[in-house]
Design a protein around this ligand. Structure first.
Ligand code: FES
Length: 155
């Protein structure tokens, strides 16, 4: 099924009410990985609001993304438990080796990098996730090894 078909399938699950906006956005992001400009227009028509209304709601909830993420979507935790265990150093190292900053995706679409306030695994601090996998008790070296960049780093 193409993306238009998938979107139509998602929208068909919801009645034409503004109150369905957040669940629709969640569902769309789960299926497509992000909310594209075209998708915003379709959703706006479905719930009868303007596109700017949708951007307003979606930017209020910081979980929504308007750009595609990399095949490896990395979230480095910057919560207190991770912060006191040098999460910033891990983030710096990951940014340097991947050549992208927080909030960016690599040009080849392989990596995207974000930070989060808490992954919910504070006992394993410092932590990061790659897609749905949690990696804990990180060191900079371990983080790079997990990302498959340790070899390049050491050359
Ligand atoms: S603060 Fe990092 S997992 Fe909770």
């Amino acid at each position: 099924m193409n993306s238009n078909g998938k979107l139509a399938e998602i929208l068909a699950q919801y009645s034409f009410e503004r109150g369905n906006l957040v669940p629709i956005l969640q569902n769309v992001q789960e299926v497509f990985g992000y909310i594209s400009r075209d998708t915003v227009g379709e959703i706006a028509n479905h719930v009868n609001v303007s596109c700017s209304d949708i951007y307003g709601v979606a930017t209020f909830y910081t979980m929504f993304r308007f750009k595609p993420v990399g095949r490896k979507h990395i979230n480095v935790c910057r919560g207190t438990a991770c912060h006191v265990k040098d999460a910033d150093q891990i983030l710096d190292q990951v940014q340097r080796v991947l050549g992208i900053n927080e909030g960016e995706t690599s040009a080849d679409g392989e990596y995207s990098l974000e930070t989060v306030a808490c992954i919910g695994c504070c006992a394993l601090a410092p932590c990061m996730t790659i897609n749905k996998d949690v990696h804990g008790r990180l060191t900079s070296k371990k983080a790079l090894k997990i990302l498959g960049t340790a070899v390049k780093e050491e050359e």
